[in-house]
Ligand binder design. Structure first.
Ligand SMILES: Nc1nc2c(c(=O)[nH]1)N[C@H]1C(S)=C(S)[C@@H](COP(=O)(O)OP(=O)(O)OC[C@H]3O[C@@H](n4cnc5c(=O)[nH]c(N)nc54)[C@H](O)[C@@H]3O)O[C@H]1N2
Ligand SMILES: Nc1nc2c(c(=O)[nH]1)N[C@H]1C(S)=C(S)[C@@H](COP(=O)(O)OP(=O)(O)OC[C@H]3O[C@@H](n4cnc5c(=O)[nH]c(N)nc54)[C@H](O)[C@@H]3O)O[C@H]1N2
Ligand SMILES: [Mo]
Length: 771
């Protein structure tokens, strides 16, 4: 007998069809106008050969071989052990490391997206466990938007993410805006996603409404298809990483023609004069005019002048995506985009002005916020140490070194035990060969994973976890006004357990089980968090009882009514009464605070800094193509790369790389050929796709193909599968944010004229008996 059950994921809600306990298929929900094809592809992965079925320990580690440096992490075989044995090994090692090296030697940053679900939130569970056990070194900011998160509080004030409720919503754009200029485009592929889940995908409809209302779109991006075809956008291909120069050219044109909004700049901003003298070249002798910008960006002088005119004469909205700041000096395009919007005269007008991240998930621009939903209670971390999230390899390689970060000086701690739960550093980090070297330094790496991905293969102790399909929970996405039930639709594969179950067992061994579990069962917790939500929202919200919710699978949350402090509309109306939460109370075009840090790579106002790697760098003689490693259309990061949908996107098993036909022709590359993408850091195979959508000089290879090194221990070894992070640089954006700069990398591409090696990314490591 078939049963239909609710499923919630970061890529939407679905219906699981289950027959006698077996998951048969996953279908779209009838009320989702744009369901993601990733959902149905999850079925086969649930039982594929890459599943981790039993706890496993790296052989060398188990045999007590040297625990730091020169280990065989990533190359060794694994020995399967019982849960009891695994729990003993992990709890003993936690005790040893804490007593010998202190609590800050335990790294619990564990960055990553894990899965939807309020209770089984991997990082929430890990942090609660580690905090109760004595604490851990944490990681700050995200791989998504580190530069933005650090710069924006200086410029517009408030919480790093507060811009999401302060910028115009799509519905307001429809009603009020005439011109959208999108730096980095508006890729619909990315709006499949909402962290935490979503009931219905809305962005596509909202974008269509804009078009129907006559809003014009300009796509400033190296890739034409970053904007949906139905928007009929103008495409201005831009040399990657030069958006700041383009914006400066537009700003200069506004200034010299007197088109800028002097009134707003005077009343609501500080520091325009100092910035203006930079624009005019009074400080460095270089006028940042349209001709200057054209040379750098490849956008014509006329197009830049035209944009300056249209931005100041139309009701306009300047959008920046996240990719533009995941780059060398990534703070600058974010800061400069705010300044440009302030100059354009639209800042603080309904549906106009400035906003970021519209094309990054089905949440930004859809709703300002959502009502309160309870989560697993946090426990304060007794250890104060943290690292900027993308400095993990630096920390492992150079403990004790002092680095700058947002005006502070941080000493990188010495990490002895790395605990990862719900993330995939061998997906997300840049320069994987460098990470591999760094990864040999700690004594022990513990990983909770469902699949033998690269991070699992590079661990010492792998604890197999149940997936989100294999546990009871409920989801509440970012700004999504729904709760969605997530009943267990199948039993955990093999001996896998939930993260919570594993931590409860460890807590029991370490003597704080009761504090960790609060004596609740897992379903008891789910019910508790739901009831807490229901009680907090009160009678007006009228949430159904837990049992009714569980039966009907969704519950509607009341709309969030704010307050949303820091509004630009309020600022425009009366800056004295409604100051921004910045030191000056205004938009900081010049920041005294940043200026006082004295950084040579982030001055007191937005500036053009040449990236280390870009198409006009000397290095382009050897590596003449700029690599865009953007988000994959066919999966979320590395998740479900082993699922049907992602697998069907591969070319002879390799990740597709898109290349302009001109660049392909000069290299004798044809569509469907397997090519080698390479630079001095590494190389990978990929399947060529010829496309006019990619500007000449640029190649596009999405992230997320599980890294498949031919010789795992060997630096620079060929990746058979197509993971761009063997090519990217592990270089901070600047001393201010220390963010990742994945989008600043030069490569070359050649036809791979050798016998094709099999892709072994999805094969488990060798599992051997104990010796
Ligand atoms: N070159 C380049 N690199 C990039 C980017 C880029 O643009 N270019 N983008 C960056 C960005 S924006 C991000 S956000 C990061 C993403 O990096 P990650 O968030 O690390 O990537 P995911 O593939 O989502 O990794 C999540 C992992 O958690 C596991 N998992 C899922 N659910 C659970 C669970 O319940 N418990 C446990 N224990 N594990 C679970 C999955 O199997 C998967 O291995 O990548 C960054 N890396
Ligand atoms: N399907 C899917 N959707 C996702 C994700 C996923 O893994 N899969 N990940 C989610 C996450 S964690 C995040 S943080 C967001 C990320 O959202 P974004 O960072 O906005 O997304 P990307 O796809 O990395 O980049 C979008 C486009 O930016 C353009 N671009 C790159 N560099 C430059 C540049 O220097 N200048 C200009 N003008 N354009 C440039 C590229 O052409 C690229 O296609 O996406 C989210 N959405
Ligand atoms: Mo991200």
């Amino acid at each position: 007998m078939e049963r239909r059950m609710s499923v919630a994921t970061h890529w939407g809600s679905f219906v699981a069809v289950v027959d006698s306990g077996r998951l048969v298929r996953i279908e779209p929900r009838h009320d989702d106008p744009a369901p993601s094809p990733i959902g149905p592809g999850m079925v086969t992965a649930a039982d594929d050969s890459a599943r981790v079925l039993r706890p496993a320990v790296r052989k060398g580690w188990l045999n007590g071989e040297p625990r730091a440096h020169g280990t065989a992490r990533g190359t060794d075989a694994f020995v399967e052990v019982s849960w009891d044995h695994a729990i003993t090994l992990v709890s003993d090692e936690l005790r040893r490391v804490r007593s010998q090296h202190g609590d800050s030697a335990v790294f619990g940053g564990s960055y990553g997206w894990a899965s939807a679900g309020r209770f089984h939130h991997a990082q929430g569970q890990l942090h609660r466990f580690l905090a109760l056990d004595g604490g851990y070194t944490d990681a700050r900011n995200t791989y998504s938007t580190a530069a933005l998160e650090v710069i924006l509080p200086h410029v517009i004030g408030g919480h790093p993410w507060s811009y999401q409720s302060r910028m115009p919503m799509w519905a307001e754009v429809v009603d009020n805006c005439e011109l959208v200029v999108a730096f980095g485009g508006l890729a619909l592929k990315n709006s499949q996603i909402n962290p935490g889940g979503l009931a219905r995908h809305q962005t596509q409809d909202l974008q269509r409404q804009c078009r129907e209302a006559g809003v014009r779109f300009v796509n400033i991006s190296p890739i034409r298809s970053d904007v949906a075809g139905f928007l009929d956008a103008e495409w201005l291909p831009v040399v990657p990483n030069t958006d700041t120069a383009a914006m400066l050219g537009i700003a200069h044109t506004m200034l010299v023609n007197g088109w800028h909004d002097e009134d707003f700049l005077r009343r609501c901003c500080v520091g325009f004069d100092r910035f203006a003298s930079y624009l005019l070249g009074e400080l460095d002798g270089i006028r940042k005019d349209a001709a200057w910008a054209a040379k750098i960006t490849g956008i014509s002088r006329d197009a830049i002048t035209d944009l300056a005119r249209r931005l100041t004469t139309r009701r306009s909205l300047i959008m920046v995506n996240y990719a533009v700041q995941r780059a060398d000096h990534g703070e600058q395009p974010i800061w400069m985009s705010v300044v440009l919007a302030a100059m354009a005269g639209s800042m603080g007008r309904p549906g106009c002005g400035w906003g970021a991240g519209y094309a990054t998930m089905d949440a930004t621009g859809v709703a300002r916020d959502r009502a309160f939903v309870a989560t697993v209670p946090e426990v304060a971390n007794p250890v104060p140490d943290f690292i900027p999230v993308a400095r993990i390899a630096d920390t492992l390689l150079h403990p004790g070194e002092v680095i700058d970060y947002d005006g502070k000086r941080l000493t990188l701690p010495e990490l002895r035990l790395v605990y990862w739960c719900g993330g995939n550093p061998f997906h997300h980090h840049q320069d994987l060969h460098r990470l591999t070297r760094a990864w040999q330094t700690p004594d022990t790496v513990v990983v909770h994973e469902a699949w033998w991905n690269t991070t699992a293969k590079f661990a010492d102790i792998v604890l197999p976890v149940a997936t989100s399909l294999e546990r009871d929970d409920f989801a509440a996405g970012f700004s999504d006004p729904h709760l969605v039930a997530m009943p267990k639709v199948r039993e955990p594969a093999g001996e896998s357990r939930t993260d919570h179950h594993i931590f409860a067992a460890l807590a029991s061994r370490l003597g704080f089980e009761q504090e960790f579990t609060e004596s609740r069962s897992e379903i008891g917790w789910v019910r508790h968090l739901y009831e807490q939500t229901r009680a907090k929202l009160g009678d007006d919200a009228a949430l159904p009882s837990f049992d009714d919710f569980w039966r009907s699978s969704t519950a509607e949350l009341p709309a969030s009514t704010g307050p949303f402090p820091g509004s630009f509309e309020a600022l425009r109306s009366d800056p004295q009464r409604f100051p921004l939460p910045t030191p000056s109370g205004r938009i900081e075009i010049f920041s005294e605070e940043i200026d006082s840090f004295g950084y040579d790579d982030c001055a007191g106002h937005p500036k053009w800094y040449e990236p280390v790697e870009w198409l006009r760098a000397d290095l382009s003689d050897r590596f003449p193509l700029h690599l865009i490693s953007n988000q994959p259309a066919s999966r979320l990061h590395s998740q479900y790369d082993n699922g049907d949908h992602s697998l069907s996107s591969k070319i002879r098993g390799r990740e597709p790389v898109a290349i302009n036909p001109l660049d392909a022709a000069s290299r004798g590359i044809e569509s469907g050929m397997i090519v080698r993408v390479y630079n001095d850091r590494g190389s990978c195979l990929a399947g060529a796709v010829l496309s006019d959508d990619v500007m000449p000089g640029v190649v596009q290879l999405s992230t997320g193909a599980w890294w498949d090194p031919v010789q795992p221990g060997l630096s620079g070894t060929l990746d058979r599968h197509g993971n761009p992070n063997v090519l990217t640089a592990d270089r901070p954006c600047s001393r201010l944010s220390q963010g990742p700069s994945a989008l600043s990398a030069l490569v070359d591409v050649e036809f791979y004229d050798e016998p094709l090696p099999d892709v072994l990314a999805f094969a488990p490591p060798s599992l051997v008996p104990p010796s």
